[in-house]
Design a protein around this ligand. Sequence first.
Ligand code: ADP
Length: 195
Amino acid sequence: MEWTNQAGRRIALVEGDITRVAADAVVNAANSGLEGGGGVDGAIHHAGGPEIMRELDGIRRRIGRCPTGAAVATGAGRLPAKYVFHAVGPVYRDGAHGEPELLASCYRKCFELAGERGVKTISFPAISAGIYGYPMAEAAEIALRETVAHLAKPDTAIEKVMFVLFGQRAFEEYEKKLSAIGNRPSASRGPATKS
Ligand code: ADP
């Protein structure tokens, strides 16, 4: 499924493995220690090779831990990408401990890193919606809201944002949310229309 805004910038939903999708930047759902782990983090390090962790070792020596809601950039090793942005999503407790703001901050930080590097295409997994327990529907809402807001900025270099979703359920939650955005008068689906 694809959505296009009035400037022709796109959001695409893809079901599959993020390590196999080519993009200028791939976002990883990392942990504060930047030390790798299960889920998408493990898959990215496995597919990208040891170079990514070597770079993270250097970053860790400089900054220590990466705070929740922030992100750091490395090269992408063997992945079909130039960069990996390692974003640290919040662990979900009940939604009343700053989780929505922290999750939104991950997306904003990744768009900032993208802007600094002239990234045109970027792919995201459903940050926090795996081991960290964020309800998928709410995680999708935040991810899409932040993305639509970013793509509305006239100075963004990003042309396409992909959400690469593991499994049908995740894909369907994103699809529902993206369809709802398409129905709002401020956005258009399909080719941009003249007003
Ligand atoms: P977190 O700890 O931030 O919750 P996880 O990696 O556990 O991160 O999960 C985030 C989301 O990524 C989940 O929806 C999970 O199913 C999904 N996921 C796991 N592996 C991959 C992969 N290879 N490509 C895309 N998404 C993945």
